[in-house]
Design a protein around this ligand. Sequence first.
Ligand code: SF4
Ligand code: SF4
Length: 91
Amino acid sequence: MTKGTAKPAARAKRGGNRTGSRIDKARKGPAIITIDRVRCKGCGICVEFCPQDVLQMAGQYPEVVAAECCTQCQLCDFLCPDFAIIVREGK
Ligand code: SF4
Ligand code: SF4
């Protein structure tokens, strides 16, 4: 019985943390997205997988077309095989 009562409390705690994360995200400044053209091979992975359509290919390289839409999810950063794109929180 003790376990049964503990689970909802734990769930509520986790939910509380998720809510906190959303608030933290909302407090983030605009993203600073840097693309290193020396490292970038122009594969387009970052453009293809960005859920917010922040990036677009411009010739051989991606460019930032909607930085204000970036949620700083870091997906482009994680997926880039060449470590060529970095997303940082703006001040
Ligand atoms: S951090 Fe996320 S939302 Fe921002 S450009 Fe990269 S993939 Fe898109
Ligand atoms: S995923 Fe990396 S290498 Fe590929 S286009 Fe984007 S920045 Fe360039």
